[in-house]
Design a protein around this ligand. Structure first.
Ligand code: SF4
Length: 292
């Protein structure tokens, strides 16, 4: 989508069938779903080392109208049930436009239920402190990606400004006020944050919270990347430790969108490659868990 100031952003529609597979040995409820992954900025100033958008640098904030416009375009192509702010940009760094856009989306004519909207952040502490009072009922997803400050700083430069201890205190206060579970996103980087010790550190950090941890296999960006994808075995043992030793609900994100560079951390404007893109297979994802 082109913006008023000449920039471009991407939004991704994810279509899947939530009734596929089983949960607790029983057929899953639901059926065909569409989730819209929305952008809030052109580029991003957070500079996460594993993210394609971060390589663009920050260009500009979207207006609330430009954020809502992505829903308008997507609604013409698909029946959008869930909206996730996990596209380009850090939504809590464009806070006023985010709040206004969400208020429009939840009103007429869109009437998207707040519990079907998820905002993902790297952990902008001062914005988390007011998130629940400004946008009650929305889901908060936190890109934690490491259980200790030094590893977090290594892969997410923004973590220096928002130390882990301050972030966890803000999340504790948020959960106390909202009584909502928090979604924790954790990208699995081979040899960086995917060892057993990291799983135990993460388990201890989160064991007093109501959370759902979503382990995200790393999507390589371009042919050169300083990170490698964790093996399936490592992802599986990491999940087992969180579930078995700490009783933390832990999912592994199914991969989708790599063929159009539209998967997590791959949104970067590169139009010619994407125009000829194919559609992707149905999957289930974190958004199904937002239904309380
Ligand atoms: S992961 Fe999110 S916050 Fe980090 S650089 Fe990419 S878009 Fe920005």
């Amino acid at each position: 989508m082109d913006c008023q100031n000449g920039g471009f952003v991407e939004a991704v529609i994810m279509r899947y069938d939530s009734s596929l597979g089983k949960y607790n040995g029983k057929p899953r409820p639901g059926g065909p779903r569409s989730t819209l992954c929305i952008s809030s900025q052109v580029g991003c100033k957070m500079g996460c080392n594993f993210c394609a958008t971060g390589t663009m640098g920050f260009k500009s904030n979207l207006s609330s109208g430009e954020i809502v416009e992505q829903l308008v375009h997507a609604s013409r192509l698909s029946n959008i049930r869930n909206v996730v702010f996990m596209g380009m940009g850090e939504p809590l760094n464009n806070y006023a436009a985010l709040v206004e856009a969400v208020r429009i989306m939840t009103g007429l004519p869109f009437q998207v239920s707040p519990k079907r909207i998820t905002v993902s952040t790297v952990g902008i502490v001062h914005a988390i402190n007011k998130f629940h009072s400004d946008l009650p009922g929305l889901n908060l997803a936190v890109s934690l990606h490491a259980p200790v400050q030094d590893v977090r700083c290594q892969i997410m430069p923004a973590a220096r400004a928002f130390p882990l201890e301050k972030l966890m205190n803000a999340l504790k206060e948020y959960q106390k006020n909202s009584q909502q579970k928090i979604f924790i996103e954790y990208i699995m980087l081979d040899g960086v944050n995917d060892e057993e010790q990291h799983a135990h550190q993460l388990g201890k950090l989160l064991e007093t919270f109501q959370v759902v941890v979503n382990l995200i296999p790393f999507n390589p960006i371009g042919s050169v990347s300083q990170f490698r994808t964790s093996s399936d075995d490592k992802v599986s043992s990491f999940q087992k430790i969180l579930r078995g030793s700490y009783n933390i609900r832990t999912t592994v994100r199914k991969q989708m969108g790599q063929d159009i560079s539209g998967a997590c951390g791959q949104l970067v404007v590169n139009l010619p490659d994407k125009i000829s893109a194919k559609s992707t297979p149905p999957v289930t994802d974190i958004e199904d868990l937002c239904i309380r």
